[in-house]
Design a protein around this ligand. Structure first.
Ligand code: ADP
Length: 267
């Protein structure tokens, strides 16, 4: 049985097809999010990779910021529960999930059964989000996926004191003008991002083990800075950016299983 999960985020669209709720048949990501052609593009790419079509899909669940506009889904579910389920599947036993996407930072607390217990979210401000890092990478004339490598070369990280993206950008420009090395500026940016996120996480309480999802989890510099701030090691699963889509496909599978079970037991 094939189920499809699609996570239409603020910045990118991600989709996966699962076979029998455990094997990823195909996955696709396009760096365009809610309200764009991103969702249609990932679906086309996904079906091409999997050599499948809508007729093969038993159930589809959409999640993420743009989920309500995806008409092909059988159901739409909030990204919090999809992320919790996806991460529990990728990192069994996980108790705290830090998700940094393009536009928001979320910290989720799970109980020892893997059920979502509590969460905190920073959604009204770009500081510390993927967007913040994308803007900073642009100012430093590099790309977001290079930030982790640059951070590893830092010897004397600068201090970024502004929490506002616009002011932090001016600070970065001042550091550049003063001749500070790019790796040291990058490490300073990551430290400021980690301080904000750790402040949010502490409001919830840190239960170990801790895992990280979302696109920013691929930035090893942010992960290291957060580990230092929290005093806890952080696991990052291979499919960290797909956690929500995987959770949605798993929920779709669970839905089909319970439906077929009901059918079997009815007289
Ligand atoms: P959303 O679901 O809100 O669209 P994502 O979880 O897809 O967000 O994360 C998008 C963010 O991830 C981007 O803004 C970017 O900063 C970051 N990102 C994406 N790919 C990478 C990468 N290879 N290395 C570091 N950061 C990345």
């Amino acid at each position: 049985m094939y189920t499809l999960g699609i996570d239409i985020g603020s910045t990118s669209s991600k989709a996966v097809i699962l076979e029998d709720g455990n094997r990823i048949v195909a996955r696709s990501l396009y760096a365009l999010g809610a309200g764009t052609s991103g969702a249609a593009r990932v679906i086309d790419d996904l079906f091409e990779k999997a050599n499948l079509s809508w007729g093969d899909i038993a159930y589809c669940i959409a999640t993420g910021y743009g989920r309500q506009r995806f008409e092909q889904a059988n159901e739409e579910i909030s990204e919090l529960s999809c992320h919790a389920l996806g991460m529990s599947h990728l990192l069994p036993g996980i108790r705290t999930i830090i998700d940094i996407g393009g536009q928001d930072v979320k910290v989720l607390s799970l109980n020892d059964q893997g059920m979502l217990e509590n969460f905190v979210m920073n959604e009204k401000c770009a500081a510390g989000t993927g967007r913040f890092l994308d803007v900073m990478a642009g100012v430093l004339e590099t790309t977001t996926d290079e930030l982790g490598n640059l951070d590893a070369q830092a010897t004397d990280p600068v201090k970024i004191s502004s929490t506002c993206t616009v002011f932090a950008e001016s600070e970065v420009i001042s550091h550049l003008a003063e001749g500070n090395k790019i790796p040291d500026i990058v490490a300073g940016i990551h430290n400021s991002c980690a301080q904000r996120t750790a402040g949010l996480a502490r409001r919830l309480g840190i239960h170990k083990p801790v895992g990280m999802s979302g696109g920013v989890a691929q930035n090893a510099g942010v992960v290291r800075a957060l580990e230092r701030e929290l005093g806890a090691s952080i696991s990052v699963p291979e499919n960290c950016q797909f956690a929500g889509a995987i959770g949605a496909a798993l929920k779709a599978y669970k839905k089909c299983k319970s439906v077929s079970y009901t059918h079997l037991t009815l007289p």
